[in-house]
Design a protein around this ligand. Structure first.
Ligand SMILES: [Cu+2]
Length: 405
């Protein structure tokens, strides 16, 4: 089963980040049918599960008949989304520069509806604010955020000349010390580091159901590429002690301020460890249990990996359920959310690729009907096409053609 070839060895070395300068950055389209070993040199269990998921897709693609995937997207031409920490400095910097570019491009959203939007980046934040109550704790949570992250990747590529794909933040690898990770180390090749320390009393999850003790930040991010970033929209549901929201406007008015974080090792070391991720993937056997466990159960003190990622960043707007995409680390976090779902789906692709459960209102509040695969997602100025959940179930069909390693 694990037949080796020179090509595979090259591919493995390539994904392990073994290409050092002066060799130019590796192309990210590769023939994924040639991958016969886990891509990381020292795979943690999640990387092994990702490899198992890829093998299931390889088996599915090589089998004939009705299981055959579409002709346009195959594992031979698929895009590969990779771990932020495995990217070269050049690759990380090109992603960062594309995000900064989106923050410079003009907004396309209706200024009568979202007067506070100042950039194309803000358009993404605004759409999330507008739809928050129908895309979290709902049947479309995973699909909506998959499509949202993909649209962001497409905007980076099509509007800002980025040639890579959306990376992900492998939470487990940095759970013990997030500030030491390549995501948050504050270097020019990171997504900036902690906020400046200001005395405060921590943060609250779920309207106060779970208290997070203060970290060493709480103030404005003062290192790395986003230290001068202006957050224009929100807050709507601030969670960091000392942050208040405007009395009117629902977060859509112009409210320029700095990016604040309170990076929480307390949260990451408890709630987004490799063992927590593995437990989520291997002990949840239907989509309802999987998505619920992922999003947490605050009344019972269970944070879950989704909130854990958001509250590892913390701050404003990172800890705000509505405005969280306003922190540029949102996208690598939701890259990992999508990767964990992708792994879970493809460990049993025939049963799990097109599977939906839950209702159409946040935690069924107010009570609503069940969601279905025929429900549509509408992203407004981010995407002119209404998409059914069914059309977004597989990352190898519909608008998508990508996998994770
Ligand atoms: Cu969200």
């Amino acid at each position: 089963m694990h037949s080796k070839s020179l090509f595979a060895a090259v591919a493995v070395a390539l994904f392990a980040g073994a290409w050092a300068s002066p060799v130019p950055d590796a192309p990210t389209e590769i023939d994924a049918t040639t991958i016969t070993e886990p891509p990381q040199q020292n795979p943690d269990d999640v990387d092994q599960l990702a490899f198992d998921a890829l093998q299931a897709l390889q088996d599915l693609e090589s089998s004939s008949g009705t299981n055959k995937r579409s002709q346009t997207c195959t594992l031979r031409n698929v895009a590969v989304r990779r771990d932020w920490s495995s990217l070269s400095k050049n690759e990380r910097r090109s992603y960062i520069d594309a995000v900064l570019c989106l923050m410079e491009l003009p907004s396309q959203i209706d200024p009568n509806v979202v007067p506070g939007a100042r950039s194309r980046y803000d358009d993404f934040v605004a759409v999330h604010i507008q739809q928050t109550l129908t895309i979290h704790g709902t049947a479309n949570f995973l699909t909506w955020h998959r499509h949202y992250t993909w649209l962001f990747e497409q905007a980076l590529r099509n509007e800002c000349g980025y040639t890579g794909y959306q990376p992900y933040w492998n939470w487990g690898a940095s759970a013990a010390n997030p500030l030491a990770s390549k995501v948050f180390d504050g270097s020019d090749y990171s997504l900036s580091g902690d906020g400046e320390y200001v005395p405060h009393n921590g943060s609250k999850i779920g309207g106060g159901q779970i208290a997070i003790p203060p970290g060493n930040g709480g103030g404005c991010v003062n290192s790395g590429p986003f230290k001068d970033m202006v957050v224009n929209l929100g807050p709507v549901s601030p969670t960091l002690d000392g942050v208040s929201k405007p009395t009117t406007g629902g977060g859509l008015l112009h409210n320029p301020r700095c990016l604040r974080r309170d990076i929480s090792q307390y949260i990451s070391s408890r709630w987004s460890t490799t063992s927590e991720i593995v437990r989520l993937i291997v002990t949840k056997f239907n989509i309802l249990d999987f998505q619920n466990h992922m999003q947490g159960d605050f009344a019972n003190g269970f944070v879950g990996v989704h909130s854990a990622g958001h509250f590892t960043m913390g701050g404003d707007p990172g800890g705000d359920l509505f405005v969280s995409p306003g922190d540029p680390a949102f996208w690598v976090h939701h890259g990992m959310i999508d990767r964990v779902w992708w792994i879970w789906q493809n460990l049993n692709p025939l049963q799990r690729t097109y599977s939906v459960a839950g209702t159409i209102t946040i935690n069924n509040n107010p009570p609503s009907r069940d969601g279905t695969l025929d429900d549509t997602i509408n992203m407004g100025v981010l995407d002119p096409v209404d998409r059914t959940l069914r059309s977004l179930g597989s990352t190898l069909s519909g608008p998508y053609c990508y996998i994770y390693l």
